[in-house]
Ligand binder design. Structure first.
Ligand code: ZN
Length: 222
């Protein structure tokens, strides 16, 4: 099976998981992956992630030229491409509108809270981006700049973006982020989350076992 075909199938599989987990709805959200030829496979505009088939996916060059595809690419394509250009360690991007993260985003409340070990280990920092009008170039630049050195972003009045070395990692980060938002909400009801001290956060971010876990993810999903 060619790398491109495998990635097209995986984009559809991950798209359905995002939809089935209620991490996005309708035609919302976007998803993409980079091939080893530095080309980008991305969801077409207007399609639901639940219905996307391998042949619907649009192939773009890093400059944004359509190399293959019957449909226009997602309107999110400009910032997907900017991130691939900027981050050689990123090969997959997930953008979704999960309801609990969305609640924090609409209330303008940050999720960048060092309280849950798994989030510190697997995601790291989660900046809160100020509002910008989606589909504009100002928005695209703001998104790309906000993700220069982090793997997740909460966007005010909008949703989330997670990055990964592969699609599975980008998806797992999105799934974990929504569960984390639910935990923080419950912790706030129960009196507020307890924050971990800085030295413990550093220890968690540099765990050797996480590097090993990532090797397993790469082996399983390559
Ligand atoms: Zn969106």
């Amino acid at each position: 099976m060619s790398e491109e075909f495998r990635l097209r199938e995986e984009l559809c599989r991950i798209g359905r998981r995002l939809y089935d987990r209620h991490l996005t709805s309708g035609a919302g959200g976007s998803i993409s992956a980079r091939t080893s030829k530095n080309e980008v496979l991305i969801k077409p505009s207007g399609f639901s992630l639940a219905d996307m088939m391998p042949e619907h996916i649009v192939k773009l060059s890093l400059k944004g030229e359509v190399l293959d595809g019957k449909y226009p690419p997602s309107t999110d394509a400009p910032w997907h491409l900017m991130i691939y250009e900027m981050r050689s360690d990123v090969n997959a991007i997930v953008h979704a509108h999960p309801p609990i993260c969305g609640g924090f985003a609409c209330a303008g409340i940050s999720l960048d809270i060092p309280t849950f070990t798994e989030v510190i280990i697997q995601i790291g920092r989660i900046p809160l981006m100020d509002y910008a009008t989606p589909t504009t170039m100002d928005y695209a630049k703001k998104v790309a700049e906000s993700l220069r050195d982090v793997n997740a972003l909460l966007m005010k009045n909008h949703g989330i973006i997670t990055l990964g070395a592969n699609l599975e990692q980008a998806f797992q980060r999105a799934e974990l982020l929504e569960d984390f938002a639910r935990m923080v909400l419950i912790a706030k009801i129960l009196g507020g989350p307890i924050l971990l001290p800085e030295d413990e956060v550093y220890k968690l971010r540099t765990l050797e076992s996480e590097k090993w876990r990532m090797k397993i993810v790469e082996e399983l999903y390559k």
